[in-house]
Ligand binder design. Sequence first.
Ligand code: DC
Length: 211
Amino acid sequence: MIIAVDGPAASGKGTIARALAEHYRLPHLDTGLLYRAVGLSVARAGGDPDSQAEALTGCHFDESIFSDPELRSEATGALASRVSIHPAVREALVKRQRDFADQPAGAVLDGRDIGTVIAPHAPVKLYVTASAEKRAERRMLELQQRGLNPDFDALVADIRARDDRDMNRPIAPLRQAEGAALLDTSDLSIEAAVRQAIALVDAQLEGQRQG
Ligand code: DC
């Protein structure tokens, strides 16, 4: 069984995807990490993430980058969003994601284009979202817990800029896939969001069993 989870930055999709993987005992891939690895590699090599040719060189990243704490930073998220608009970069990362999705054990993948491009055949699809303000609040708490003192308005602006780039790029833009169940986590605790996600997955599976 493939579970495709898509949604904007800080919507809770990563936490939900991990919880679903645990609940259904499936392997999980956070596809955002691949784009982050490309963005960080390009930046570290002094390349321009807005140039397709230079961004493409970042696709030959070393696997050790996945244990680099910088991979999960806000700055790397923005770099990832910039390199992800290039069709050649997306193409270079497709096979790895499709191979993961199509492994016999099944899989949970989360990202922006899983239900639309990577695994449109997935029997279960979720689109996880939340208001920009709620997402900025969550980011703010996360950063404060790490001892930082971010500016709330700047966080909202960053989130809106990232949404705009991810949703309006010509190739594989973020959108709710056909047949994807919508889960708005704006007013939900993590526990409640995970409970609802499991209920939505079970409902989609049941719907398919009944044909
Ligand atoms: O999920 P994330 O915040 O780690 O993703 C970082 C960026 O990577 C996101 O802003 C756009 C890009 N991305 C993408 O284009 N397609 C995916 N499947 C996953 C991420």
